[in-house]
Design a binder for this molecule. Structure first.
Ligand code: ZN
Ligand code: ZN
Length: 447
């Protein structure tokens, strides 16, 4: 093994408190995640040496799945062995799903270990940081693909009793990145990450609007942080398709910052709004329809287009056209829950009921703020802009190619707002009376 000079492997803090202070416009104190990243071809060996240094003879749980084992887990395992680290490797079957049951199994396996290292993206990372949080032990991450923004966030998406929930999780202390692994990740995962990072272009507005109407909690800091590396990947999406190193690593950086944005906000709001509900809806419906969901990011991509269509329609709606029949609209959607959700209906009803009181105020809040809202609606990029960007990464970006039927997408578009208590563009659209038209128009665009 070649000798590595530590000076050439600096761990850098993702964000500094000084920078956050200068970008905050809400005046509240933001929890600044202390995450250090090392990006180098020898990063995994540094990980092994850090394990020896920090944990000596204490045991470490190394989590991966069959796919990420091939991409990086096997090498990490080999290097840990070479450095005589005491560790227990756990390789899950390929494409695992983050359920409460699987999380409990990993939790049991983590007994007696002092650290969890997860080698992988979506599910593996969610399980690693969620179990670390429950167990009260540190978490280190070895990302294998720029496929989603969860590496740095303090939440994990876990299916609890069949319902997709975002639960508290421990962000990693350290992230060890081998740039070649990220660059060589499968195209589909890069495309998924590209769609996931685009979500912030609509979700940040969902949050802004919720804040304007209800709680005034919006701050522009998270969006400013998340948008910083945007030009590296958004200006030339073709480079994501080609696997250009600067663009793929720029996308990866964008995803890391998008996760940090959520931690800074103390919620997933800056990076997850109505567009994410579409993906969560499709994931949750698997148990009822038997249709296997597609990658999180790709489903989010379809959601981004829907949100952009909603915003475009809202921007051209006059105040006098607003429906102002909040009670009827809420009750009509609540009545549909049992037929859409079957055995999951009571869990979904609980979530939808939590926002009833806020939705009931829309009859007065929407007209009272319509002029200001319309200015915001008009600032959102058009649906064509997003479809074009996504297609330039080589993704066909049609519902059939995503494995989503028109009927299922229509149901997702018109019912997904019931599964979570957050206010999003889907709620505004439903109460303004344009959601059904927006759903049909999106289906047309993605046919
Ligand atoms: Zn702030
Ligand atoms: Zn996402």
């Amino acid at each position: 093994m070649s000798k590595i000079d530590n000076k050439h492997l600096p761990k850098r803090m993702l964000v500094s408190s000084k920078k956050c202070e200068s970008l905050c416009n809400c005046g509240h104190k933001h929890e600044i995640p202390s995450i250090k990243v090392v990006s180098d071809k020898n990063a995994y060996d540094l990980l092994a040496r850090d394990c020896v240094k920090t944990y000596a003879k204490e045991s470490v749980l190394l989590l991966d799945d069959e796919n990420t084992h091939l991409a990086a887990g096997a090498l990490v395992s080999e290097l840990l062995e070479k450095r005589s680290v005491v560790f227990k490797p756990v390789t899950l079957p390929g494409d695992p799903v983050a359920t409460d049951k699987l999380a409990d199994e990993i939790h049991d396996l983590s007994i007696g270990h002092s650290l969890i290292i997860a080698v992988g993206a979506g599910t593996i990372n969610d399980l690693g940081k969620y179990v670390s949080d429950k167990r009260g032990i540190p978490y280190w991450s070895v990302p294998t693909a720029p496929s989603m923004n969860g590496y740095t966030s303090s939440i994990a998406a876990i299916k609890v009793k069949g319902v997709k929930r975002t639960l508290p999780a421990l962000p990693p202390q350290f992230i060890y990145v081998d740039p070649r692994v990220i660059q060589d990740s499968p195209l589909k995962l890069r495309q998924a990450g590209f769609c996931d990072v685009l979500a912030k272009s609509v979700s940040d507005f969902d949050w802004r609007i919720e804040s304007l109407l209800l709680d005034g909690a919006y701050c522009s800091l998270p969006s400013a942080i998340a948008s910083e590396p945007e030009s590296k990947y958004i200006d030339h999406p073709e480079k994501i398709l080609r696997g250009d190193q600067e663009a793929v690593l720029g996308l990866f950086e964008g995803l890391l910052f998008s996760g940090v944005a959520m931690s800074l906000a103390g919620s997933s709001a800056p990076a997850s709004g109505g567009e994410h509900l579409i993906s969560h809806f499709l994931d949750m419906r698997e148990s009822l329809t038997g249709v296997k969901p597609n990658l999180h990011g790709l489903q989010v991509g379809a959601g981004v287009v829907l949100s952009a269509v909603c915003y475009q329609k809202l921007a051209s709606l006059e105040e006098k056209e607003l429906k102002n029949s909040g009670k009827e609209i809420f009750e009509a959607d609540a009545r549909k829950i049992p037929s859409v959700w079957g055995s999951l209906a009571s869990e979904v009803e609980k979530q939808f009921l939590k926002k009833r009181d806020r939705l009931m105020q829309f009859d007065s809040l929407l007209p009272a703020n319509w002029t200001e809202l319309k200015t915001l609606f008009g600032r959102i990029r058009t649906p064509d802009f997003f479809v074009d960007l996504i297609r330039r990464t080589g993704l066909e970006m049609t519902l059939p190619s995503l494995g989503i039927s028109k009927d299922e997408f229509y149901l997702a578009a018109t019912s997904a707002r019931t599964i979570r208590d957050r206010i999003t563009v889907l709620d505004i659209s439903a109460h303004a009376g344009i959601l059904e038209d927006a759903a049909s128009e999106t289906i047309e665009m993605l046919s």
